[in-house]
Design a binder for this molecule. Structure first.
Ligand code: FAD
Ligand code: NAD
Length: 404
């Protein structure tokens, strides 16, 4: 039985941060100590970190998702499948599409939205790798271009051009998958491979800015050998129904393309800005215990949170690795507040490494302080992914989701 005084904990979003919070919190508090509610748009969690595969069509989207109720303790956590419309921090309420819910403690873990920097036409004419729906849409759109190409009297070769905006980790990983998928599509739809172009446009002077230059070279050479053309130091200025307009050294160029995928950065969920929290591109600079300054009852974690790495004096990048670690800290701190025992702990990131896949069996990365490339790096990436599944759903989930 939950008494009237039982504190209400509401967790918004069942991504890496939200699920980690809930699965840890359900172990830390007794059934009568907290009334925990998890709200998520879908009944499933998706592995955002695999969406580039589903988008290219190299992995079925069902492999990237699992039922939320399979990993939470439904005796302790109430799951509401609904869409958050508004966070009313003054009244401690969350407005959902189908109702509203009040809270004593709120965890905001609603993930990111694509950052379009106000560039003209991007929202209307490009795709983003954001969730299961967008991944499915990208895959279908690409396949449609190939499936219908040969049916036209006057063939438009630009329909077989694919542009990826941004050579950050998302862009590079998606290119790796595309490079493997395109030969399959060419075979399936009798399309001449020579007519297909995969172009990556990157504004910075290098791909994967800030990453180890030797690993960047490896990744670029690998992808170039598979047919990817890089336009480095080139900025996307506009998108329209024909493709994109780019600029390099003040010179404009039009690239006609049937598919443009914008993978050039993210910002925090817009609900965070709309709620009136002080933020930078939708990310709130939280205290070390992950609470919002002057809002002691609100925790923000994952891609909506901003924490400065004191070693580099730059914000930690928005990653699943960090979101999960923040979920653990957040759960511990909520348990302390609820029980009124112990001390709040500070979030400490423990970055084990970063590995970018280059398709099914190649990758580049640094893990446990060691640089690695090729099958070894690819194996490491799979181990990291499996670990994330294991932390939330145990060995059963790993076996269900991976062919190990
Ligand atoms: P998410 O995991 O995105 O979860 C947010 C949840 O909130 C979702 O379930 C969503 O449905 C829900 N939601 C959103 N809006 C609403 C709403 N209005 N109402 C209800 N529910 C809502 N990071 C790594 O560390 N390693 C990687 O290898 C890696 N690979 C990546 C590959 C790709 C293609 C992409 C796009 C990102 C990758 N990242 C990786 C980054 C990583 O995925 C994110 O940093 C991570 O998902 C953030 O976790 P989160 O909990 O903040 O949000
Ligand atoms: P990002 O911000 O890391 O990279 C975006 C890239 O787009 C940058 O290189 C930027 O210079 C470029 N860009 C921006 N505007 C542009 C323009 N107008 N024209 C051309 N290029 C432009 O974003 P991301 O790759 O989406 O990654 C988001 C987060 O997810 C990051 O924190 C990343 O580390 C994480 N992530 C991690 C992995 C992994 O660990 N394997 C994989 C994917 C994403």
């Amino acid at each position: 039985m939950i008494s009237l005084k039982t504190p209400k904990v509401v967790v918004l979003g069942a991504g890496y941060g939200g699920l980690m919070t809930v699965t840890r919190l359900q172990k830390l508090v007794g059934i009568n100590q907290a009334d925990i509610t998890l709200v998520n748009k879908n009944e499933y969690h998706y592995e955002t970190t695999w969406l580039h595969e589903a988008s290219a069509g190299t992995l079925h989207h069902d492999k990237c998702r699992y039922n939320i109720k399979d990993v939470i303790d439904t005796n302790k956590v109430k799951f509401i499948q609904d869409t958050v419309k508004k966070i009313n921090k003054e009244e401690k309420k969350v407005i959902l599409e189908n109702g509203e819910i009040s809270y004593d403690y709120l965890v905001i873990s609603l993930g990111a939205h694509p950052e379009t920097f106000g560039i003209k036409g991007l929202k209307e004419h490009t795709f983003s790798i954001s969730n299961i729906n967008s991944a499915r849409h990208i895959r279908e759109h690409i396949e449609y271009q190939f499936a219908t190409y040969n049916t036209e009297q006057e063939k438009d070769d630009s329909r077989l051009t694919l542009v990826v905006g941004g050579a950050g980790f998302t862009g590079i990983e998606f290119l790796g998958e595309l490079a493997n998928r395109i030969p399959e599509l060419c075979r399936e739809y009798d399309v001449d491979h020579k007519k297909v172009r995969i172009i990556c446009v990157e504004a910075a002077p290098t791909a994967l800015p800030g990453f180890d230059p030797e690993l960047v070279d490896y990744a670029m050479n690998y992808l170039q050998k598979k047919g990817v053309e890089f336009k480095i130091g080139t900025m996307i200025k506009e998108a329209n129904e024909h493709g994109i307009i780019v600029a390099k050294d003040d010179k404009l160029e039009e690239i006609k393309a049937g598919t443009v995928v914008w993978a050039a950065g993210v910002r925090g969920n817009s609900l965070v800005e709309e709620a009136g929290f002080e933020n930078m591109r939708g990310r709130v600079k939280v205290e070390k215990d992950l609470r919002v300054p002057n809002n002691d009852h609100v925790f923000i974690i994952g891609d909506c949170a901003l924490i400065i790495n004191e070693e580099t004096e730059r914000p930690y990048p928005p990653t699943a690795q960090i979101a999960m670690q923040q979920g653990e800290t957040c759960a511990k701190n909520i348990a302390v507040l609820i029980k009124g025992q112990g001390e709040l702990i500070e979030f400490k990131a423990d970055i084990k490494g970063t590995v970018a896949s280059l398709g099914e069996d190649d990758a580049v990365g640094v893990a446990f302080g060691k640089k690695m490339v090729g099958t070894k790096a690819s194996f490491m990436k799979k181990m990291i992914d499996n670990r994330a599944l294991h932390m939330i759903g145990g060995a059963g989930l790993v076996l269900k989701k991976r062919e190990v």
